[in-house]
Design a protein around this ligand. Structure first.
Ligand code: PMP
Length: 709
């Protein structure tokens, strides 16, 4: 996430709206209801419907009762300036909805403050009036007649001081649409050099041309510019609901056809729409106009709400995804939101061994979904039995217990082992021990984490249940030493996937099986990741000729469509469960069973284990030709391959990100190992394509590192 390219591509700006429910600058205070009315109308919804990231940040309301108008406006503008400054500093786009026009003092001082150091800001002020009175020249004393003068440094001291007294540079300010003013104001602005486009010039030249002119002025030597729209600039026939209507203004269509010049303008720093007086908006025409103006102003801005932004805003932050938003999958390929195609070299950690959206599986899924999906195990259903039968046949086990996710099947295995230990082996109550391995991954429930050796997985989640032991992985003698009279089971992964694609020494599993048998200890293999063809055999333990007492399956059992898992075991083990001992609402539901059965059938009919063996050898051979100094070791079996990266030179995460640039999706394990575990349906040509990407990515990484050295 620290890569600037990632930010520029994916972290888009939000539109943050601040309402100013204050009319104390005007004589008729009804415009203080403007923001609430607009909020209740469909303004936000409309922006969001167009996929803009739009939020209502705040509505500022006058605080102290009994204060003078000046005090209230000063306080409101001070608060507004802070709010707006924070929005700009966040990188978002401030949209201020008044209130009377005196709030402009807060808006633009806030924007200017945020850009202090990058240069002054320019301002386009669209208004029927000049708003350039000072308390000395104002005939009414109303503060909404003064904000422009104040922003230029003229007027009441308390207002000028807001935003550390920051001022706008008059030559970078343009006033458009003026048709009602006093000579003092005109004189002040002319003396200061503010470019004023009177309404008659706007009519003569057209608003588009005037705006084009103004754009050049407000950008000259500035860090960017803002636009402040007083709705009375519009003709009252189009915008009747304003505080001080003045006949003969800009027509709605003229405004809406000229504003697109500003839409998406990279130098547009913020916008403000003021003086909406809902008490006069009988048919809500002005509210609709405001929505149209906002819509036009923000369209083209980089504020489109991306899936990444919505997820980081509303989702718990327990993942740190790589920067791709996937929208479609087929076989071994995935496509992102921009239509870019990738080769999937991780296949959801082996869950998508059948490839994305396998047509046979999607057909079974939709047919079964239309027929019968979920019944619970309170009744029999006609879809589960053939699935259980096939599971037992293919794994050589006696009985199967269907569940949903991998960890649930692991939990079922742990419970079976404990109860077997007590009821069959005769271990005293509450004394059964289960031995697991260093570096294991069996899921993340609290009981399973009791076996984990990974500090981060455990940190903060204790206490953990007792009854678990850990031994070194790959060391059969360590198993012998750890077994006691109370040992019920040894739980082991034939290859540690999450642990970093660790392949134990040849013969390890066979020796463990022998040790377990001699000691009357159950051997339970967690084949959630390695099973169902991934390593070139139906089960990875078959490579060692091992027939465990229990096997845990998950991931690919759901055919890449659903969570489907199972614990399959010898009769003696599974029969410790009696009705009511264990269960799951969704486990074994007709939909999952139908998909699971079809997934098993496809594995056999499409010879996926054989493919994994052949293509795994092919991929490994290709990878060996890379001979990159960034690769420490290649290991694995079948299409479960780990590429250990020399992390003193490059992190595995950086390698993943570089691979994305070359159309390869994978994920590191433990920050050190790249996993290459594509769907088993991947073709040789797709492996060649993946290799071209991998080769190019590594060549680039090597070059970058050489330059850096
Ligand atoms: N066991 C192993 C070997 C696994 O790799 C995983 C998941 N990576 C699990 C269990 C847990 O599976 P799930 O995420 O479906 O609970």
């Amino acid at each position: 996430m620290n890569d600037p390219k990632w930010y520029s591509q994916h972290v888009v700006k939000a539109i943050e709206i601040v309402g100013v429910a204050c009319g104390h600058g005007a004589r008729d205070r009804n415009c203080e209801f403007g923001p609430d009315v607009l909020r209740a109308a469909d303004l936000l919804e409309r922006l969001r419907a167009r996929r803009f990231a739009a939020y209502w940040c705040d509505t500022i309301r006058p605080g102290t009762a009994g204060a003078t108008n000046l005090e209230i406006v000063t306080q409101v503008c001070g608060q507004l300036a802070q709010r707006v400054e924070a929005i700009v500093r966040r990188g978002d786009f401030p949209l201020v909805l008044g209130g009377d026009h005196s709030c402009a003092i807060g808006t633009w001082k806030g924007v200017a403050q945020a850009h202090r150091g990058q240069g002054p800001i320019g301002l386009i002020w669209i208004d029927a009036h000049m708003d350039a009175h000072t308390p000395q020249t104002s005939p009414t004393g109303a503060l909404h007649g003064m904000p422009l003068a104040c922003l230029l440094g003229y007027g009441d001291e308390a207002l000028i001081r807001i935003g550390n007294g920051i001022r706008l540079e008059p030559r970078q300010v343009c006033l458009i649409g003026v048709r009602s003013f006093e000579s003092d104001e005109a004189e002040l602005l002319a003396r200061l050099g503010v470019r004023t486009y009177h309404m008659e010039e706007v009519t003569r030249r057209g608003l588009k041309a005037v705006l084009r002119d103004a754009l050049a002025i407000v950008q000259d030597g500035t860090a960017g510019f803002g636009v402040s729209i007083d709705l009375d600039a519009l003709d009252p026939s189009n915008a009747p609901a304003v505080s001080t209507p003045v006949a003969g203004g800009i027509s709605q269509s003229t405004l809406l056809s000229a504003l697109p010049q500003l839409a998406g303008h990279p130098a547009l720093l913020g916008a403000e729409i003021v003086e909406y007086n809902p008490s006069r908006d009988v048919h809500a025409t002005t509210a609709r106009l405001i929505t149209d103006v906002v819509d036009t102003l923000v369209s083209g801005r980089d504020c489109v709400q991306s899936p990444v932004q919505i997820e980081s805003r509303y989702g718990a932050h327990h993942y740190d995804p790589l920067p791709v938003v996937l929208v479609r999958g087929e076989g071994a390929c995935l496509w992102d939101e921009h239509g870019r195609r990738y080769i999937d070299m991780i296949s959801a950690y082996s869950a998508v061994s059948h490839g994305h959206c396998h047509p046979r599986l999607t057909r079974v899924l939709s047919e079964q979904a239309r027929t019968l999906a979920v019944t619970s195990r309170v009744y029999y259903n006609n879809s589960l039995p053939p699935f259980l039968q096939r599971l037992c046949e293919l794994t050589g086990q006696d009985l199967a217990l269907p569940l949903n996710t991998g960890l649930e099947a692991v939990e079922a295995a742990l419970k079976a082992a404990r109860k077997w230990g007590q009821k069959v082996k005769g271990i005293p109550e509450n004394q059964a021990e289960i031995i697991a391995c260093e570096g294991n991954f069996h899921g993340r429930s609290i009981a399973i984490l009791a076996m984990s050796s990974e500090p981060q997985y455990r940190d903060g989640f204790g206490p953990f249940p007792p009854g678990f032991k850990r031994i070194a992985y790959g060391d059969a003698d360590a198993l012998t030493r750890a077994i006691t009279a109370n040992t019920a089971a040894f739980l082991v992964e034939p290859i540690q996937g999450e642990g970093g694609m660790i392949v134990p020494p040849a013969g390890y599993l066979g020796r463990c099986a022998e040790i377990c048998r001699r000691n009357n200890v159950l051997l339970i293999c967690d084949e959630v990741q390695t099973g169902l063809g991934r390593t070139g055999r139906m089960l990875a333990c078959e490579h060692d000729g091992v027939h465990p007492d229990g096997v845990i399956l998950g991931k690919a059992l759901g055919g890449g469509l659903l969570p489907v898992s199972a614990f399959v075991a010898r009769r003696e083990v599974m029969e410790v469960f009696t009705p009511g001992d264990h269960g799951s609402t969704f486990g074994g539901n007709p939909l999952a069973a139908a998909v699971g059965l079809e997934a098993l059938n496809i594995l056999i009919e499409e010879k996926l284990p054989q493919r994994a063996a052949e293509l795994g050898d092919y991929l490994a051979a290709q990878l060996r030709t890379l001979k990159s100094p960034l690769i420490r070791e290649l290991r694995g079996r079948g299409l479960l391959i780990g590429v250990e990266i020399d992390t003193t030179r490059v992190s595995a995460r950086a390698a993943c990100e570089r691979l994305i640039d070359h159309g390869i999706l994978t994920k590191d394990a433990h920050g050190t190992v790249l996993r290459l575990a594509p769907p088993l349906v991947i073709t040789r040509e797709q492996i060649d394509e993946a290799m071209r990407g991998i080769r190019a990515a590594f060549a680039e990484l090597e070059r970058t590192i050489r330059h850096a050295a």
